[in-house]
Design a protein around this ligand. Structure first.
Ligand SMILES: Nc1nc2c(c(=O)[nH]1)N[C@H]1C(S)=C(S)[C@@H](COP(=O)(O)OP(=O)(O)OC[C@H]3O[C@@H](n4cnc5c(N)ncnc54)[C@H](O)[C@@H]3O)O[C@H]1N2
Ligand code: MOO
Length: 476
């Protein structure tokens, strides 16, 4: 183990080591939650043409200036303009065209009278609705009585009123949520250039682990960490692949990780990082020199590196054999195992593995430890890979309200993350309260599942009394 690191230094080291992923072109719905890397210009105006905001009659405002219920203005109806209409009738003086919401304003007309301000062509009083064209095609002709005046451009949505063709629809750096994706669709974009979601491979280690759904034998437990971590990776915006638990065997683990590298922008393991005799992750990843995970490849698999610009000359390299010389192996990367001044989550491994320097997080096996470690280090890193602000969890100050009147204790020199339930401030209060759930034990998954916040006890604090103010990190 390489010394003791603070939580902040470890996070800074992780974030220093990860770079945003290279942008790719994605279909709109695959780009949800991703960061745009280009300014998108509107290729069409929004709306693309002057159109009606009401079902009604397209008219000349001057024609109906004196209209009233007692003295309606009678106009000749020259046809229908439905949404999507290709050909539209001219509206000359004394004429109207029946127009539907979103349909183009016909030439000659400069305003729309809602159908409720007319007799709907019935010859009677004001109507609430138009007769369906399929039931009564005669509504597209005949006469209409208009009971109220409209102003020029009233109920008309102007071409380009929302966005002009050629203007910037969305700027580079925008995060694509539903509304932004809708705008891209409206301006006719089918694909968009974004930083992709990272692909995260999650695997647990431990010979005691059994897949949920299978019976437990003596000394066995169900593998829950790989489910927690896969779900957490998805919640962070990643595409996550869960791999079945790997037994405590270093060679097998290295092979599994090597095999998974092809689909990984990050790898998260759990378990096997402490000081026991079977702590397989540490054993497998401590010295990667000469292995595929170290970046240097074993001789027999030389041409796995085919096509990469290993010598940095700007051209993709062919297989080494064609060049008649051996390419020097890329620098050996490694995973460093550290003790962190935190609880839970003390033992941690982090490093870059394989020819593409994929970040690997070796999290501790205790269920709460692996979850808290994910929240503190992996989630920010995944966000950084997507080009997002790494820190997104809301942190609030809250008064601690333990159920028990005895003061809580916390180890000196460690930042402790207690699980809690947060209540926002009551009326007239400035801060809310947070109630610890369960104890500090890092095996207490039941309590974790009832918590919605992590209570942060600073390194120097060793006792927390009822009413003390601390920070709480609000979880999903
Ligand atoms: N002598 C010492 N022992 C331990 C120390 C220490 O400093 N000295 N540190 C303790 C701390 S703190 C932690 S955290 C754990 C970390 O241990 P490992 O990362 O090696 O994890 P394992 O030994 O594999 O497992 C620990 C615990 O968690 C359960 N586990 C593991 N994987 C899963 C999973 N996928 N799903 C559910 N539960 C899992 C496992 O059965 C163990 O109970 O080391 C302490 N020991
Ligand atoms: O640090 Mo371990 O993660 O306390 O249980």
């Amino acid at each position: 183990m390489a010394g003791t690191w603070t939580v902040d230094d470890h996070l800074a080291d992780v974030l220093r080591s990860v770079r945003p992923l290279e942008p790719i072109e994605l279909h709109l719905l695959d780009a949800q939650g991703c960061v745009l890397v280009e300014d998108v210009l509107a290729s069409v105006s929004l709306p693309p043409f002057d159109n009606s905001s009401m079902d009604g009659y397209a008219v000349r405002a001057d024609d109906v200036a004196k209209a009233s219920e007692d003295e309606p203005v009678v106009l000749e109806v020259v046809g229908d303009v439905a949404a999507g209409s290709g050909t539209v009738p001219d509206v000359g003086p004394g004429r109207a065209a029946r127009v539907m919401t979103g349909a183009p304003l016909p030439p000659g007309a400069d305003a729309v009278v809602p159908v409720e301000w007319t007799d709907g062509g019935t010859g009677g009083g004001p109507v609430d609705t138009m007769a369906a064209h399929s039931a009564d095609p005669s509504g597209a002709g005949g006469e209409v009585r208009v009971h109220r005046p409209v102003e020029a451009r009233q109920y008309v949505r102007d071409k380009g009123g929302d966005l002009r063709a050629g203007a910037v629809a969305l700027e580079a750096g925008t995060i694509l949520g539903p509304a932004q994706i809708g705008l891209l669709a409206a301006v006719g974009r089918a694909t968009v250039r974004v930083r992709p979601r990272p692909r995260v491979v999650v695997l647990s280690t431990g010979s005691e682990l059994v897949r949920p759904g299978l019976p437990l034998g003596p000394g066995r437990i169900h593998d829950s960490n790989s489910y927690v971590l896969t779900a957490a990776a998805r919640a962070a915006g990643a595409i996550a692949y869960r791999v079945d638990a790997v037994a405590d065997d270093a060679t097998t683990l290295r092979t599994v990780i090597e095999d998974q590298l092809v689909r990984a922008d990050a790898i998260v393991t759990s378990g096997g990082v402490s000081v026991g005799a079977y702590d397989v992750v540490k054993e497998a990843l401590t010295d990667l020199a000469g292995t595929a995970l170290g970046g240097g490849l074993p001789e027999e698999s030389d041409d796995r590196d085919r096509g990469r610009d290993g010598d940095g000359d700007g051209h993709e390299d062919g297989p080494d054999r064609e060049k008649g010389r051996r390419k020097p192996p890329p620098p050996t990367r490694s995973v460093e195992f550290r003790r962190l001044a935190m609880q839970p989550g003390k033992p941690q491994g982090f490093g870059l593995v394989g020819p593409d320097a994929v970040p690997l997080f070796a999290l501790p096996g205790n269920p709460v430890s692996s979850y808290v470690s994910f929240e503190l280090f992996v989630r920010p890193a995944l966000r950084a890979l997507m080009g997002l602000d790494p820190a997104d969890r809301r942190t609030v100050r809250a008064r601690v309200e333990p159920d028990d009147s005895a003061p809580l204790t916390s180890p000196e020199g460690k930042r402790q993350f207690l699980r809690g339930r947060y209540e926002p401030p009551a009326d007239g209060e400035e801060i809310g309260t947070v109630r610890p759930v369960g104890g500090p034990g890092s095996h207490l998954l039941g309590s974790l599942a009832r918590a919605d916040a992590l209570i942060v006890v600073p390194e120097r604090t060793t006792e927390i009394a009822r009413g003390d103010e601390l920070e709480a990190v609000l979880l999903d």
